[in-house]
Structures are given as structure tokens and as C-alpha cells.
Design a protein around this ligand. Structure first.
Ligand code: A3P
Length: 305
């Protein structure tokens, strides 16, 4: 284990990735009890890469017939996306629970931060679908550092940027090393494109509609010509936009992931905010890590908008 974890004093290495004891306990239960169905949809991310956004978009796409994005009673207006698409490790199997997922409406839609290599076997082997959203490591680091400081127990001193940065570059971040996490899903998406859709936060910000079409098609519910004409895609993008979601009452006040406040999930939602925080030597160090760990994989990032 490693002293000086980001959120709590310690993090542990489990099956090659870093996490906390409560997470390990939930993951073990999940491994033991979860059984995938071919129709399941799993949204996977490393923390702070756009999980909340992906959950909102997937939910809005999948449920658009019942809940048109423009409707005044849309579930996303009153529920945080984490309540609509639950995490295996923070909700379903947390606190020693074994949920009954048999009556869950299909397609059952779940989320996880678990690396591909450590997913429960039936998820890996079946034809259920996985959507992964990835974000450039510079912004992901800053987003994680600021978020963890907001969640950190008051009795603990604040996390120093330099300390966290060194840990991040050494792989010690929740569910990291980030390169193993990204590469696990990246390689699978190249080998099995029908199983894993690999999205990037920066691309989604740049052309949300294009990626919504891609996502809907992958999920097996492509937008019809009529829907396109009726601007259904634009309505979904608007409903799930950072500005809209950040200002909803439910996201200003409630708690959806354990006892963490929803408002901390919405900070700036920008590409390139790292420029305001990282020194030239930090930029050089992280660039080197990325070259060393991701070089040759074909996985590349836009660092600025
Ligand atoms: P910043 O901290 O850079 O603002 P996650 O959902 O995986 O925890 O990721 C959190 C990051 O996604 C935060 O980034 C947050 O502001 C951003 N985010 C949350 N909701 C979003 C949305 N609807 N659209 C775009 N970005 C969003």
C-alpha cells in the first residue's frame, strides 16, 4: 500500500491498479455476483474524464422515446446522472450489498471505473457493450487534484499539487496507472470495435452532435432521419451540456455518489484548464510519461480547445 493516498490516508494496489479498501470490498462482491447479459451496457472511465457527462448522454439517448430531451419532466432535470446510471463499486455492490439486478429495465446500464483487465469475466466475454470515455491526462490530473481536495477529510492537510503530480506520473491515482487504464480499453476497442466504443472528452466537446450519433448507433438505437430533422440530437446535447447540468437544483445540492456533494462534479468542464496550473517542468514531465507509456499505441490527445 501507499501512504498518502489522494482522498484518504492510504491507497492499495489491487490486481495491478490503485484503489481504496471500500472499493476493493465492493469489487470483490461484484466479481462474485454479477452476471452480464448480452444486452447490458457498461459505461467505463477513469475518474474525472467525463463520467457524469457520459452517463447523462447515454441515459438521454436510450430513454428518448419515453422522455424526449425537451420535456419538462425529464429524469435528468430532477436526478443526478449517477443516480440514473449506477456505479458497480460505489452504489450497487457498495457497503456489502448484493443487489437483485434481475428486474432492472433492459438494456441494463451500469458504470464503472474498474480497468478492463479487472472487469468481471462475463462482461469481458459476452457481447454486452462497453463505452469508454477518455480525457487528456493534463486536464484529468488537474480535475482529480482539485476534486480530491474538495472531498478530503478536514482533519487531513490539503493535497499539494506537486506531491499529487508526482504520484500521478508514477501511476498512483485511483484506478490508475492512467496509461494502463486507457490502454486496456483502447486495445480492446481496436480488436473488438463492436464491443468497445472509445470516445474522447475533447472530441465530444468539439463536435457533440457527431459523437452523439456515433454513440446512439453503437448502443443499437441510431437516430432516424426524422429525429435528425426534429433536432433531437441538439436537444439531447443541450439537456446534457455542462452549463445546463451545473445549474440544475439537484446538481447544486444533492449527493449521489456516497456522501460526496453533486456540486463538486461540475467545475469548469473545459479543455486546456491545465494551462492555469502546471509549470513548464510539469508539462515536460507529463509529456515524457505519455510518450513513454502511450507512444506507439496510436492513442493521442488534443491538449487545448
Ligand atoms: P473539470 O474538473 O475539468 O471541470 P467525472 O464526471 O468523470 O467526475 O469528470 C468530471 C469532469 O467533467 C469535471 O471537469 C467536470 O466539470 C466535467 N463535467 C461534468 N459534467 C459535464 C458535462 N455535462 N459536460 C462536460 N463536462 C462535464
Amino acid at each position: 500500500f501507499l501512504e498518502r493516498g489522494w482522498r484518504t490516508p492510504y491507497i492499495y494496489q489491487f490486481q495491478g491498479f490503485w484503489c481504496q479498501p471500500k472499493e476493493i470490498q465492493a469489487i470483490l462482491l461484484f466479481h462474485k455476483h454479477f452476471q452480464a447479459r448480452e444486452s447490458d451496457i457498461i459505461l467505463a472511465t477513469i475518474p474525472k474524464s467525463g463520467t457524469t457527462w457520459l452517463k447523462a448522454l447515454a441515459f438521454a439517448i436510450l430513454n428518448r422515446k419515453q422522455f424526449p430531451a425537451f420535456s419538462n419532466n425529464h429524469p435528468l432535470l430532477v436526478s443526478n446522472p449517477h443516480d440514473l446510471v449506477p456505479f458497480f463499486e460505489y452504489k450497487l455492490y457498495a457497503n456489502n450489498q448484493i443487489p437483485d439486478l434481475s428486474k432492472y429495465p433492459e438494456p441494463r446500464t451500469f458504470a464503472t471505473h474498474i480497468p478492463f483487465q479487472s472487469l468481471e469475466e462475463s462482461i469481458k466475454k459476452s457481447n454486452c457493450k462497453i463505452v469508454y470515455i477518455c480525457r487528456n491526462p493534463f486536464d484529468t490530473f488537474i480535475s482529480s487534484w482539485i476534486y480530491c481536495n474538495k472531498l478530503r477529510a478536514e482533519t487531513l492537510p490539503p493535497l499539494l499539487r506537486e506531491d499529487c503530480f508526482n504520484m500521478y506520473c508514477n501511476g498512483a491515482i485511483g484506478f490508475g496507472p492512467f496509461w494502463d487504464h486507457m490502454l486496456g480499453y483502447w486495445k480492446e476497442s481496436l480488436e473488438r470495435p463492436d464491443k468497445v466504443l472509445f470516445l474522447k472528452y475533447e472530441d465530444m466537446k468539439e463536435d457533440t452532435s457527431f459523437h452523439l450519433k456515433k454513440l446512439a448507433k453503437f448502443l443499437g438505437c441510431p437516430f432516424s432521419m426524422e429525429e435528425e430533422k426534429e433536432r433531437v440530437i441538439e436537444d439531447i446535447a443541450k439537456l446534457c451540456s455542462f452549463e445546463k447540468m451545473k445549474n440544475l437544483e439537484v446538481n447544486k445540492s444533492g449527493k449521489s455518489i456516497m456522501n460526496f456533494e453533486n456540486r463538486h462534479l461540475f467545475r469548469k468542464g473545459e479543455v486546456g484548464d491545465w494551462m492555469n496550473y502546471l509549470s513548464p517542468s510539469m508539462v515536460e514531465q507529463l509529456t515524457q510519461v505519455m510518450e513513454e507509456k502511450l507512444g506507439g499505441s496510436g492513442l493521442e490527445f488534443k491538449l487545448l480547445s
